[in-house]
Design a protein around this ligand. Structure first.
Ligand SMILES: Cc1cc2nc3c(=O)[nH]c(=O)nc-3n(C[C@H](O)[C@H](O)[C@H](O)COP(=O)(O)OP(=O)(O)OC[C@H]3O[C@@H](n4cnc5c(N)ncnc54)[C@H](O)[C@@H]3O)c2cc1C
Length: 346
């Protein structure tokens, strides 16, 4: 008898598997590649929502929990995927500078917004009004994290690379059974794939499509991520991720010409050098209308759980949400209402 079956091996599923591992629990992860949000993600972590100058609830706690969580994976798997780099907000006017300083004065934001105007001389990204720097930022190379974690799961015989067939799940009073695997609990972490899950597909996981370009730009020479209508994230070797679009109607993960054109237009407004487009990616972010995660246990089946709704911030939320769900299952700690799936009616 295993402790957990985990369905989905994106950021959510991996974070739950790691949490189970830390707590000496046994598990089998079952995942296909039907959804790819975690692979497509730029992986930036930034505690502040710059568009609204707001700090999502518990942002600091999520950041503080995330850093050692990922560090432990890096050390165990002998890989590097967490890169601390500054995020620079390009100021377009004096008014934008003033808004920044006003925000930086707020007690909650003060630890995260530098009050020095950064005058970086990027030849190919002129910014006469300078930049504001967000503190405690960086990015997780999600491809490295996820591919390495999958290899680790395979090497330890804890991974089944298959689609989960919901019809084959048998629920008993004190355990669940799937094909020849018995486990005390099952945790679903399918991202936007939730819509095919008969236990939870009543939940309003809207999904927001995002497209992103990978470019090569040898003259750009950025040493931080730039936020300027689009973000430009340096990945090393003159390669940058440029993104992302937000599209609410199209629910396919297919890159579109319209998405590409939007990104090129925004990029051309910001940089003044040649570049080559190397890749064009798209995915569906598992978003909810109230921008909160979907965590908790099925209202009828006490061994069936959900970890979803990581939205636009899976890198920061994944570890903390996995811990909250784990503590609720194993230690009876209640999941608070804002993120509890029970806030939505069946
Ligand atoms: C363009 C773009 C840019 C982004 N940038 C950032 C960023 O900079 N920072 C950030 O924090 N977040 C970012 N995100 C959001 C981030 O990607 C998500 O929050 C996160 O990846 C969601 O992880 P998940 O595990 O819930 O979903 P997913 O990554 O979709 O993983 C779900 C997994 O479950 C599998 N699955 C589904 N159904 C089944 C089934 N029936 N059987 C077996 N397996 C199944 C899927 O194939 C998939 O492997 C971005 C997203 C996009 C699209």
């Amino acid at each position: 008898m295993k402790d957990f079956i985990i369905v989905g091996a994106g950021l959510a599923g991996i974070c739950f598997a790691e949490t189970a591992f830390i707590n000496n629990k046994s598990f089998t992860v079952i995942s296909d590649t039907s959804h790819n949000s975690s692979h497509v993600a730029a992986g930036i972590y930034n505690p502040v929502i710059l568009k609204r100058f707001s700090l999502p609830q518990d942002s600091k706690e999520h950041l503080d929990y995330m850093k050692p969580f990922y560090k432990a994976i890096e050390q165990r798997l002998n890989i590097k995927f967490d890169f601390e780099i500054p995020v620079y907000r390009k100021f377009a006017s004096v008014e934008e500078q003033n808004n920044w300083f006003e925000a930086a004065d707020k007690p909650a934001l003060e630890p995260f917004l530098s009050t020095q105007i950064v005058h970086k001389k990027y030849e190919s990204l002129p910014s006469p009004f300078g930049f504001g720097q967000v503190l405690h930022t960086g990015y997780v190379d999600t491809d490295v994290l996820i591919n390495s974690y999958h290899t680790y799961l395979k090497d330890t015989n804890n991974f089944l690379e298959n689609s989960f067939s919901y019809d084959h799940l048998i629920l008993h009073d004190d355990h669940v059974e799937y094909q020849n695997i018995k486990a005390k609990h099952i945790v679903f972490a399918e991202g936007f794939g939730l819509h095919a899950n008969p236990y939870f597909n009543y939940l309003p996981l809207d999904g927001t499509k995002g497209e992103l370009l990978v470019i090569k730009a040898p003259q750009l020479q950025l040493d931080g991520a730039i936020n300027a209508g689009v973000f430009i994230l340096p990945m090393g070797n003159n390669v940058y991720k440029v993104g992302a679009t937000y599209e609410w109607d199209d629910k396919t993960a297919i890159p579109t010409e319209a998405g590409k054109a939007e990104l090129i237009e925004k990029l051309n407004e910001v940089i003044a050098c040649d570049y080559e487009i190397v890749e064009h990616l798209a995915g569906i972010r598992p978003t909810t209308k109230d921008r909160k995660s979907l965590i908790g246990t099925h209202h009828l089946h006490k061994n069936v759980h959900l970890l979803n709704g990581l939205g636009t911030r899976g890198v920061m939320l994944g570890p903390a949400m996995a811990k909250l769900l784990y503590d609720s299952i194993e230690n009876g700690m209640p999941v608070k209402r804002e993120i509890n799936l029970s806030r939505f009616k069946v």
